[in-house]
Design a protein around this ligand. Structure first.
Ligand code: FEO
Ligand code: CA
Ligand code: CA
Ligand code: CA
Length: 643
């Protein structure tokens, strides 16, 4: 492959990938002709499950490998990798001679959320658009020669810290689908990097300008440099992208004891031991020197990808916590609803409802729609009801008696406000997303191994939940299978059900629960994380087992699942990540003929380093470490993915 990843020519690694997955598939087919081996082959298992499922594809091997594996009959093209050119003047990537200025013009690290935004704006074009990609965090031990997981924070240089800051944030690239595949449009005026190092942002809503957001560098409390740990996100109906700041607590050094914000910082896990070296070089990441800086992170940021000069805005109305995602849906009355999970053990699920209505006739009129509305938190009961509790200053316990002086305080300390309202502690809420067909809302609860037997309930039914589960929330109007238009996402009360309990259904110790055919199909999953829906309302789930991947013996990847009909809760395995990666992204083009996924942190493992990584995906070159990359999956015959 050439140095730029914009070539439509498949890379050697891709050819290896494709060849291996085809060969494995062929082997399975041939074994089938021999009889006994058929029963254990992935294809046979998929075929056995076929009658119940509406999904029309067969599974690749459900095994951990150095290369990606995709369903036979599909192509998985590496579209852009860490270090590839984003801006016109970006230098060629040289991981041994990297500089922060170069990194700020190149694709960042650890791609997470992916949104495909059609061109022109507002169209349903599926062959030309902007790909908007979060760059969540960095793995210095895999980015820089000589560093390890244990020495990186202590020994990294200032330049390396700046490279890390430049590798965070977001990338916007113009892409086109051509006969040979997708390609990045080099030098496009839309191409943009947003970083933690230098991108100016503003903050809007009640927390803007609040004294708790003021710093030496920003006495107004309104102008923030950069965004941190952008995990998943969402797309607004007016064509902007929401990116969620998740584990922002990791970036701050200094001792919180004795600071006015000490209690607040404790609740968010800001504890004086930073996972990053940045506070050694930059005062703003040292809470003893700049005690309010953390209050400027943990928000949802809105970006207009169609205007490369636009200033990103942190929307404080959506609250401050470890936002996993921010997915939007328009309610029947035109108000816009944003769902978000707070990804930590025993944290909560949130919903924001705008005060105003979405204006589909004038997209620009929606520009500040997210600045007014009501944030609520979920309380579940065992009888199957979910109540949304509004986080409003002056209501219930959210008063000066409990330390809240204003709505800004409620939003800055969202978690503490939610604690006081009696929200339900969940098993690490990751993606939360509304189904465009049945109108129900699906919550990925990734796992929670710290839940004790006395803490279980019907909504979090397993102690030491190592495999995670998926809940289905039913707004009023969604009792049938086509409730999207009627779904009252603004209602105070929903119903809820368990869709599935992940884990291996053939191992009773896992306590898994799926469609009864799942055990035979062999497509079990662990740690559901992100999700999206296809146009038929089927759920596409991506997984993140972390260090449990090896113990579980299955790769992270993409699983598709019916949520209605005979195949409800019968997952089918579609794509396997390369070794030691997690699967993020998933985003379809409007025609469902391309599925974009993000391979995050390939090679992340305890002993894996730049010099001796556990994999060198996707380049498989001695001179390259593993590189997080976005992959475009298409059907070889050009058809609709999933059928
Ligand atoms: Fe960034 Fe909850 O994953
Ligand atoms: Ca995630
Ligand atoms: Ca999603
Ligand atoms: Ca995760």
């Amino acid at each position: 492959m050439t140095e730029s990843n914009t070539s439509a020519v498949p890379s050697l690694a891709e050819l290896i990938d494709t060849r291996l997955s085809r060969r494995t598939a062929l082997k399975a087919l041939m074994a089938g002709a021999g009889g006994a081996a058929l029963a254990s082959s992935g294809l046979a298992r998929a075929a056995a499950a076929q009658p119940a499922s509406s999904l029309r594809f067969t599974s690749p091997p459900h095994t951990i490998a150095h290369y990606q594996q995709v369903s036979p009959g599909h192509r998985a093209q590496v579209l852009i990798r860490w270090g590839d050119k984003v801006l016109r003047d970006a230098p060629a990537f040289d991981p041994r001679q990297q500089h922060a200025e170069a990194q700020e013009m190149q694709f960042g690290y650890n791609n997470d959320f992916v949104a495909f935004m059609p061109l022109p704006r507002g169209s349903m074009n599926s062959t030309h658009g902007l790909l908007c990609v979060n760059q969540e965090y960095t793995n210095p031990e895999l980015m820089f020669p000589g560093l390890t997981k244990t020495n990186a924070v202590r020994t990294m240089t200032r330049e390396q810290a700046e490279i890390e800051m430049a590798a965070h944030g977001h990338s916007i690239i113009e892409i086109r689908k051509e006969k040979a595949g997708w390609r990045v449009v080099e030098g496009s005026p839309y191409n943009r990097r947003i970083s933690a190092r230098s991108t100016p942002m503003t903050i809007a809503g009640p927390a803007a300008g609040h004294p708790r957001l003021k710093t030496k560098a920003d006495p107004t409390g309104r102008h923030i440099i950069g965004t941190l740990n952008n995990c998943a996100g969402g797309v607004t109906p007016w064509g902007t992208v929401l990116i969620a700041e998740e584990n922002f607590n990791n970036y701050f050094g200094g001792d919180p004891d004795g600071l006015p914000e000490a209690a607040s910082y404790k609740r968010l896990g800001i504890k004086g031991k930073s996972a990053y070296a940045w506070s050694r070089f930059f005062e703003r990441f040292d809470i003893e020197k700049e005690p309010n800086e953390p209050n400027r992170f943990g928000w949802v940021v809105e970006i207009d990808p169609y205007d490369p000069k636009s200033v990103p805005v942190k929307r404080s109305t959506l609250g401050r916590f470890k936002h996993e995602a921010a997915t939007c849906v328009v309610a029947p009355d035109g108000r816009v609803v944003v769902y978000s999970g707070d990804d930590e053990a025993f944290e909560y699920i949130y919903r924001f409802v705008t005060a105003g209505q979405y204006n589909p006739k004038n997209l620009a009129a929606n520009r500040n729609l997210l600045d007014e509305g009501t944030l609520s938190v979920a309380r579940f009961d065992e009888a199957g009801t979910l109540r949304w509790l509004p986080l409003v200053f002056g209501h219930g316990p959210l008063t000066p008696a409990n330390g809240f002086q204003s709505q800004a305080d409620v939003l800055i300390d969202t978690r503490r406000a939610a604690d006081l309202l009696g929200a339900t502690p969940m098993d690490r809420p990751e993606d939360v997303e509304a189904n465009p067909v049945n109108g129900r809302v699906y919550v990925m609860l990734t796992n929670n191994t710290t839940r004790k037997p006395e803490q279980i309930s019907k909504m979090n039914p397993r102690a030491s939940n190592a495999y995670g589960h998926i809940l289905e929330l039913l707004p009023p109007g969604t009792q049938g299978d086509d409730g999207a238009a009627k779904a009252l996402h603004t209602a105070d009360e929903f119903r809820w059900e368990v869709l599935l309990l992940a884990g291996n259904p053939q191992d009773p110790k896992h306590g898994a629960k799926y469609h009864p055919d799942t055990a035979e199909a062999g497509n079990w999953m662990a740690a559901p994380d992100n999700c999206c829906f296809d146009n038929r309302g089927r759920l596409w789930i991506t997984t993140d087992q972390g260090s449990a991947q090896r113990k579980n013996g299955i790769p992270d990847g993409v699983y598709a699942c019916d949520v209605a009909g005979a195949g409800r809760a019968l997952p089918r395995f579609f794509y396997a990540c390369p070794k030691d990666a997690e699967m993020c992204g998933p985003a379809f083009t409007p025609d469902n003929r391309t599925l974009f996924v993000a391979v995050q942190h390939p090679g992340e493992d305890a002993d894996s380093t730049f010099d001796a990584p556990s994999t060198r995906w996707p380049d498989f070159s001695r001179s390259m470490p593993p590189r997080p990359s976005v992959v475009a999956i298409t059907r070889e015959d050009g058809g609709v993915i999933g059928g």
